[in-house]
Design a protein around this ligand. Structure first.
Ligand SMILES: Cc1ncc(COP(=O)(O)O)c(C=O)c1O
Length: 372
């Protein structure tokens, strides 16, 4: 079974890591702080820079909860259109900018640098707005010697999307003036004690590993869950934001201090290439990023298809549990004709797991069994 996320296991941690994630980050950034979630980090990063009533421009192709910190700060979230290759539609950005625009967000999707960034940055500069680099997907990606997330005035990265940890994110302040205005809230930093959430996370990881390796138990659990009727609904965007208003857990900090970023990047890249070999020759699916430049650590393997449901069903039948469409768009954007491309992309882009605990041979086995 290929799961969506890596499971926590002490065997992947090492006491004497020559290079761990914190020391890796220190090489590239002089000013970063840990948080429980990227959304909490974004809230803190912006709080000292904005006044209620101002607006922030964000791409339409974005998960619904990302704008919650903006609402919390009394800001308007103004969505701009994106292009087929996920680059910002600069004409649309410019059309939506006004005197109340305080910041504009770019996104490094799926571990890759934002296409069209240079032009985007000069536009943001011209209008004297802050540039927020949403780097939730790309904590370990280095593009031409620069760590992704450090190109904006402020940047936000989610560590929990790459590591087997209960929570964890980073706020980068890449500009001295921004750093001076940062007044860290109670969500900044690392919790002092291990908590119940840490224990629950470890327990869930043990159960998940058991289910992954034991087909009989997994089927019984699946049958049991199916017999309980429709699954529990996803909490609202604001509930998810509120849940992330916390410092990073002690367990997350421990994993960050005992994980080799190079090992993670190498493993994810190998798995990316394994999916690419399977997908590239097929006519019904299109590889979103054909090139995986050196230094890039993919969060997932994104592909585009006009038959997403069929592809997902085939993948599930072949043992891929963690593939899905991305993202769940805001209700302002979804099916709004103004943002038709974002809606189409959210239906047609599928993300496949490449995490560091998948053996590339498991992906190759899937490739041998897929009908397309
Ligand atoms: C593009 C993007 N930005 C920001 C976030 C928010 O990150 P976090 O869940 O750590 O708050 C997410 C999370 O899904 C995301 O996908």
């Amino acid at each position: 079974m290929i799961s969506e996320h890596p499971s926590f296991s002490a065997r992947f941690l090492s006491e004497s890591q020559p290079l761990h994630i914190t020391s890796f980050l220190e090489r590239f950034s002089a000013d970063f702080s840990f948080y429980g979630s990227g959304k909490a980090a974004l809230s803190d990063g912006l709080a000292g820079l904005v006044d209620p009533g101002e607006n922030v421009l964000v791409p339409a192709y974005l998960p619904d909860a990302v704008v919650e910190p903006l609402f919390d700060l009394g800001l308007e979230a103004r969505y701009y259109r994106i292009q087929e290759n996920l680059a910002p539609d600069l004409a649309d950005v410019e059309r939506r900018l006004d005197d109340e625009t305080v910041a504009v967000m770019s996104v490094n999707y799926f571990g890759f640098p934002q296409p069209g960034l240079a032009e985007f940055m000069s536009l943001v500069d011209e209008y004297e707005c802050y540039h927020i680099a949403d780097n939730a997907h790309s904590p370990l990606s280095v593009d031409n010697g620069t760590l992704l997330g450090t190109r904006g005035d402020l940047g936000v990265t989610s560590l929990w999307k790459l590591l087997p940890i209960p929570d964890g994110a980073i706020l980068y302040c890449n500009d001295d003036a921004v750093a001076e205005r940062l007044d860290p809230s109670s969500f900044a930093g690392v919790r002092e004690q291990f908590g119940t959430d840490d224990c629950l996370f470890v327990l869930k990881s043990i159960i998940a590993s058991l289910l992954e390796t034991n087909e009989t138990i997994r089927r019984s659990v699946d049958d049991f869950v199916a017999s309980r009727g429709p699954s529990i609904s996803v909490p609202s965007p604001s509930a998810r934001y509120e849940a992330g208003k916390t410092p990073m857990s002690k367990l997350s900090a421990y994993v960050v201090e005992h994980t080799d970023p190079q090992m993670i990047r190498d493993a994810r890249r190998e798995n990316y290439f394994a999916w690419q070999r399977i997908v590239e020759p097929r006519s019904d699916v299109e590889v979103l990023y054909e090139s995986l430049p050196e230094g890039i650590c993919p969060q997932v393997f994104p592909l585009r298809t006009s038959i997403p449901q069929r592809v997902l069903e085939d993948l599930e039948r072949c043992g891929v549990d963690g593939a899905h469409t991305w993202p769940r768009l805001s209700s302002t954007v979804f099916e709004n004709p103004e943002y038709d491309r974002a809606t189409t992309l959210s239906r047609e882009i599928l993300v496949l797991p490449v995490h560091q605990h998948i053996d590339p041979s498991a992906i190759e086995d899937v490739g041998d069994r897929l009908p397309w």
